[in-house]
Design a protein around this ligand. Structure first.
Ligand code: NDP
Length: 222
């Protein structure tokens, strides 16, 4: 099985790479600018691509002809602390986060859809419960919430558009995971999150196209 993962040099993305290599899959691991820990992995079945999903550029490296599973994992949080409060959020910060977290997966799918269609494969887009209106009881975090909410609806449109071609698209919430993004303050570790999401991905066709699902298999209302 050929798997392509964006933002794979650290955090959850790197966890996906480890998981699928252990399963004997070929992994195309994409990194924005620095391969980091990817450079230390055994090259068997591992293919590195440099791809900044925030730019309108082609990935640098050889893409697989056929992609069975595409995981849009790359993402940024945007300004931390009070930087995303009602008083402090800026238009530039909104657009920066939206560009990477929402437009980024769209760029990647526009580039790779044909290869996923050839496999009648699966696309998994990593959003966040922070992008669920239903889950928003604390306000704030304007840029990240809006970008991840945008990704939920983009993912649903992709699911509708690609279903007739045999491609199944789902949206995932990885849980609150200890990574750089959360200052390593998550409720679960990367292994638990990735194991759960991979189980959901393996049974993706049990869920409706575009459905928003957490790492533990629970549907996320949005
Ligand atoms: P990290 O911050 O630990 O890692 C983010 C990854 O995305 C890095 O590899 C980073 O690359 C990459 N990335 C950022 N911008 C770009 C870009 N423009 N092009 C390509 N790659 C890029 O985040 P996590 O591993 O925690 O998160 C992974 C995904 O899961 C994200 O989409 C996040 O929003 C989502 N998520 C995470 C949660 C959590 O609790 N951790 C909760 C809900 C959702 P680089 O090293 O070059 O910066």
């Amino acid at each position: 099985m050929n798997v392509l993962i964006t933002g794979a040099n650290r955090g959850i993305g790197l966890g996906f790479v480890h998981h699928y290599l252990e399963q004997g899959c070929h992994a195309w691991a994409c990194y924005r600018s620095n391969p980091g820990a990817l450079a230390d992995l055994a090259p068997e079945h591992l293919h590195l691509l440099q791809w900044d999903v925030g730019l309108d550029q082609d990935p640098l490296g050889d893409l697989p002809e056929v992609i069975d599973l595409l995981i849009n994992n790359a993402g940024i949080y945007g300004p931390g602390k009070d930087g995303q409060s009602l008083s402090n959020i800026t238009a530039d910060a909104m657009l920066d986060v939206f560009n990477v977290d929402c437009v980024g997966p769209l760029r990647v799918v526009q580039k790779l859809a044909d290869r996923v269609i050839t496999a009648k494969g699966t696309i998994a887009n990593l959003s966040s419960k922070m992008g669920s209106s239903d889950d928003n009881s604390s306000g704030g975090t304007y840029a990240y919430r809006a970008a991840k909410a945008g990704l939920v609806i983009i993912s649903k449109s992709m699911a509708m558009d690609l279903a007739p071609h045999g491609v199944h698209v789902i949206t995932l919430h990885p849980g609150w995971v200890a990574t750089d993004m959360t200052g390593n303050n998550g409720l679960i570790n990367i292994e638990t999150s990735v194991r759960g999401m991979c189980a959901v991905i393996a049974t993706a066709r049990n869920f409706s196209p575009g459905q928003f699902i957490a790492f533990d298999g629970k549907v996320v209302p949005y």
